[in-house]
Write a protein that binds this ligand. Structure first.
Ligand SMILES: Nc1ncnc2c1ncn2[C@@H]1O[C@H](COP(=O)(O)OP(=O)(O)OP(=O)(O)O)[C@@H](O)[C@H]1O
Length: 242
């Protein structure tokens, strides 16, 4: 589904992604892990066609994301780190507005998702009056309005309580079960462990590791391979500001 070959990204003269190559199959959940400034958001933005890489190739479903972003965009939904819905509008108004942008008229399946995600009791409330968890859920729901195959999420559970995190994790699992490919960054070891089939571990713009949990454990010599968090720390992934 996603293939990167020697992708580099510079901001001015500063290189923040160094020759990143990997490929991800469809239908899996991949966690992007790394300390602050590792380049996770930059990588996700390049894949989401928010900006082109400086060099290298990003291919999504056989299409070049940099040279053909308009063809690639319908395939993907991008959930940025910031809440990207209108605070002064209600949940209903936001959904109707973004559905119009996505060219979606039939909202029945969206309303069903609102029910399942327990957003219906808040449907006529302004976003600014919702809890952080419900704002995050709406942020994800809006990115799904055009039914993309690939969902890219940049720290989708940051700053919310554990119950809301667990709820979002279970919704993401359900989306993967329904066949969506999910790529998401997080600093939360527990969440990463619960959710991911495989991991991309980054540090200072380099890809240090790509593979499933089992391979991560093998990668780490005893006595470090006692816990998932220790494995991540050993590979150099760990760093948190929250
Ligand atoms: N628009 C920009 N212009 C210049 N430098 C930038 C820009 N965006 C990010 N950077 C720099 O690029 C590097 C990678 O940043 P990025 O946000 O991709 O890392 P990250 O792993 O997502 O970090 P975090 O976990 O803190 O969100 C950092 O050194 C950052 O300061």
């Amino acid at each position: 589904m996603i293939q990167l070959s020697n992708v580099s990204k510079k901001y001015g003269s500063k290189t923040v992604l160094h020759n990143i190559s990997f490929s991800l199959p469809a239908g899996e959940i991949t966690g992007v892990v790394g300390p602050n400034g590792a380049g996770k958001s930059t990588l996700l933005k390049c894949i989401a066609t928010m900006m082109p890489p400086t060099s290298g190739l990003i291919v999504i479903d056989g299409m070049n994301a940099a040279s053909d972003p308009r063809a690639v965009r319908p395939l993907l939904g991008y959930v940025p780190q910031e809440i990207a819905v209108y605070q002064e509008l209600t949940v209903k108004q936001n959904i109707e507005f973004f559905a119009k942008l996505a060219g979606r008229r039939d909202l029945r399946a969206v309303l069903t998702r609102c029910e399942e995600w327990q957003l219906m009791p808040h449907y006529r409330k302004k976003v600014k009056h919702l809890s952080g968890g419900n704002q995050r859920k709406l942020n994800i729901l809006v990115a799904l309005l055009h039914e993309p195959d690939l969902l890219i999420l940049d720290e989708p559970t940051v700053g919310i309580d554990i119950a809301a995190k667990q709820e979002i994790v279970s919704h993401l699992k359900q989306l993967a079960y329904e066949g969506k490919t999910i790529l998401y960054s997080s600093h939360d070891a527990q969440e990463l462990q619960m959710l991911c089939d495989s991991y991309l571990i980054m540090k200072e713009g380099e890809l240090l590791f790509h593979g499933p949990k089992e391979k991560l454990r093998q990668h780490v010599p005893s006595p470090y391979n006692q816990s998932f968090t220790e494995s991540l720390a050993h590979v150099g992934a760990w760093g948190s500001r929250r």
